[in-house]
Design a binder for this molecule. Structure first.
Ligand SMILES: NC(=O)c1ccc[n+]([C@@H]2O[C@H](COP(=O)([O-])OP(=O)(O)OC[C@H]3O[C@@H](n4cnc5c(N)ncnc54)[C@H](OP(=O)(O)O)[C@@H]3O)[C@@H](O)[C@H]2O)c1
Length: 279
């Protein structure tokens, strides 16, 4: 069940396909099924789980805690601090609350969810403190554009940033113009969130046509299109077992030159810099 990996700047290998958790933990009646879906994903090798203190106001972290209970060592856990909490003290306190909700003693990769009012230098200092205490193993950011990233790598310790998690899918290709090449030059993988545009892109006729040629689904084509690229980690969220299996199988789909050309015509790459899009 080995899933291909990509490398963080530290040299650590992480799976290129993981599992998202936004909207999990919001409805108590769904929690059992959501944890089951995450466990199925873990069984299938999707061992990177992405969550955040924001999701379900901590509820998603509790679902994650349920899913990883008894198997923590086999999981690469990504979590995010809200910008309003991302002060020197606030980051540490937020991390400790998140650890409690997930029932674990460490986060593998802790991200600033998006840029807010607290100076980046303060957040990075808090990340370093958490690292020294063994509460997080690495840190990164989310929703930072190239200008923010330039600023980040100039603050003390900023060069250690392990990823930028951003909105990236066939319908949101803006980062290909600047952010993605910037990250590539520095060996920083991009973590592509909403990789199937929360389902909104799945009825696109070209996507359906390409999928039909392979006996695959449009979601699988969208994921395979991301996963063919070096240095891209996709984190689709699936709370139904069928979707989990389907997403795992996207790793076996190889798109042809013809597929890629057809997809480029339907979803053109950017010709100029665009503001970073967020959901
Ligand atoms: N850093 C950030 O600011 C940020 C922002 C957005 C998202 N994220 C992270 O990225 C993760 C993924 O993004 P997302 O949840 O926004 O959107 P997404 O993964 O693009 O789409 C999730 C939706 O697609 C459905 N789905 C999953 N697999 C499918 C398949 N094979 N066929 C058809 N439908 C399928 C899911 O349904 P079911 O659940 O019913 O299976 C769910 O409704 C999030 O969960 C979160 O962890 C981060």
């Amino acid at each position: 069940m080995t899933v291909p990996t990509t490398t963080l700047p530290s040299g650590e290998a992480v799976p290129v396909l993981g599992q998202g958790t936004w909207f999990m933990g919001e409805d108590d009646r769904e929690r059992g099924a959501e944890a089951d879906a995450l466990r199925l994903g873990l069984d299938l090798g999707l061992t990177l789980i992405d969550t955040a203190e924001m999701y379900g106001d901590g509820g998603a972290e509790e679902v994650v805690g349920e899913a990883i209970a008894g198997r923590r060592d086999g999981v690469f856990l990504v979590n995010k601090v809200l910008p309003q909490n991302a002060s020197r003290r606030g980051t540490v306190a937020a991390c400790e609350r998140s650890l409690r909700r997930m029932g674990t003693d460490r986060i593998d990769l802790y991200l600033l969810h998006w840029r807010g009012g607290h100076p980046l230098a303060e957040t990075v200092a808090a990340f370093e403190e958490l690292q020294a205490a063994g509460k997080i193993r690495r840190w990164g950011v989310s929703n930072l554009d190239p200008r923010d990233m330039e600023e980040l790598v100039r603050v003390p310790g900023g060069e250690a940033c392990a990823t930028d998690q951003v909105l990236y899918n066939l319908t949101r290709r803006g980062i290909e113009f600047d952010l993605q090449p910037w990250c590539r030059r520095r060996g920083i993988p991009i973590m592509a969130y909403s990789p199937i545009e929360q389902g909104r892109m799945l009825n696109h006729p070209e996507l359906r046509r390409v999928a039909g040629r392979h006996g695959a689904t449009p979601a699988q084509v969208g994921l395979a299109w991301l996963l063919r690229q070096e240095g891209v980690i996709a984190i689709p969220k699936a709370s139904s077992p069928g979707h989990v299996r389907e997403n795992r199988a996207a790793l076996d789909l190889r798109l042809t030159e013809q597929d890629l050309a057809d997809l480029d015509r339907a979803f053109p790459p950017p010709r100029r810099a665009q503001p970073l899009e967020m959901l």
